[in-house]
Design a protein around this ligand. Structure first.
Ligand SMILES: Cc1cc2nc3c(=O)[nH]c(=O)nc-3n(C[C@H](O)[C@H](O)[C@H](O)COP(=O)(O)OP(=O)(O)OC[C@H]3O[C@@H](n4cnc5c(N)ncnc54)[C@H](O)[C@@H]3O)c2cc1C
Ligand code: FES
Length: 302
């Protein structure tokens, strides 16, 4: 597996057309954008969306800065490319996006950041995602399945109505265990284990604990496994610390406030271990050095 790090991707600003925009839970919308000639991209990468009508930006308003969103899936056909974005409506930018209608135009910048590396020598992949950390993992599941990995997704949310996934009515059976089935993963044949903080769907509790309990019972060989995680910092930190103690490779997809997304503004720093640095760490940029990092390198400030 190549370590996460800078990949040279060509990027640009593109005018995208909204194909669909639908609520998928109480706070999340799934936005499908169509764009021509979008450069090749991989799971873990993101785009910056201008949350204002292209050409009519309000240069003093709250949506002057583009907002970063993980790419939740891409389907390319000839020059046309469809990009899935799963957005949680929390402020002016995401409110504006949630109101876009089919055929509206949206300006996007990307693809940005570095993707998740795929470990050729590790046959099992566990995805651990919480809330709006799920989108990059949905797309990653597709890549992992194509690479022939045995994949299981662990998905957490505060409550059933805040889980940005589409529940199927039937129950999927994996081996001798039953799991819930969600369209986003079921079409890839990836079983999903869910937890909610209030117990309204799946197990009651936080997904990092459900995941580590699962590994306590099921992990046979740490060197055959890679864990990919994205979501709230405390969740990722718990997953990373468990993996560290058990010698499991773990890749984290971090979020920081991002003004430019391209390494210019320095607003998105992450503390990364570096034994050659005087204090044993140095800053890296989440947007251009990440957002995917090896969990062993990250210093968790929480
Ligand atoms: C690489 C990356 C990928 C992301 N992918 C997704 C995604 O797939 N789906 C999704 O819903 N969101 C994602 N986000 C978060 C998303 O960018 C923010 O929710 C969005 O910018 C909020 O814009 P707003 O104008 O609606 O709210 P704002 O008014 O900008 O923010 C509302 C509140 O959220 C806080 N906030 C905003 N952005 C962040 C952030 N990055 N980290 C911590 N707190 C923040 C603000 O401080 C404020 O309190 C991602 C962020 C990053 C950095
Ligand atoms: S967002 Fe500007 S440097 Fe990272």
């Amino acid at each position: 597996m190549t370590a996460p790090g800078k990949t040279k991707t060509c990027k640009g600003i593109f005018l995208a057309r909204v194909l669909a925009n639908q609520p998928i839970c109480r706070q999340h919308h799934k936005l499908v954008l169509e764009v021509e000639n979008f450069p090749p991209a991989d799971p873990g990468q993101f785009i910056q969306i201008l949350c204002a009508d292209p050409g009519h930006e309000n240069l003093t308003g709250p949506t002057l800065l583009r907002r970063p969103f993980s790419i939740g899936g891409i389907r390319a056909k000839a020059k046309q490319c469809q990009i899935d974005i799963y957005l949680r409506v929390i402020g002016p930018g995401t409110r504006w996006l949630a109101q876009r209608k089919p055929a509206d135009s949206v300006s996007i910048l990307g693809p940005l950041g570095n993707p998740f590396p795929i470990a050729e020598d590790k046959p099992t992949a566990y995805l651990v995602g919480g809330g709006c950390g799920l989108p990059p993992l949905i797309w990653l599941a597709e890549t992992l399945q194509r690479a022939g990995k045995h994949t299981i997704a662990f998905c957490g949310a505060q409550s059933a109505d805040l889980l940005p996934l589409t529940l199927r009515t039937e129950v999927k059976v994996t081996g001798n265990k039953q799991t819930l089935a969600f369209d986003e993963f079921a079409q890839l044949d990836v079983p999903v284990i869910v937890s909610t903080d209030d117990g309204s769907l799946g197990a009651e509790g936080i997904i990092s604990e459900v995941f580590t309990d699962y590994l306590d019972k099921n992990l046979k060989r740490a060197d055959t496994v890679v864990v990919y995680t994205c979501g709230p910092n405390l969740m990722m930190q718990a997953v990373a610390e468990y993996c560290g103690k058990n010698s499991i490779t773990c890749l984290v997809c971090l979020e920081r406030m991002m003004a430019c997304g391209m390494g210019t503004c320095q607003s998105c720093v992450v503390r990364i271990r570096d034994n050659s640095a005087r204090d044993g760490w140095r800053y890296q940029l989440c947007c251009t050095d990440g957002p995917v990092f090896d969990s062993r390198d990250v210093i968790w400030d929480g």
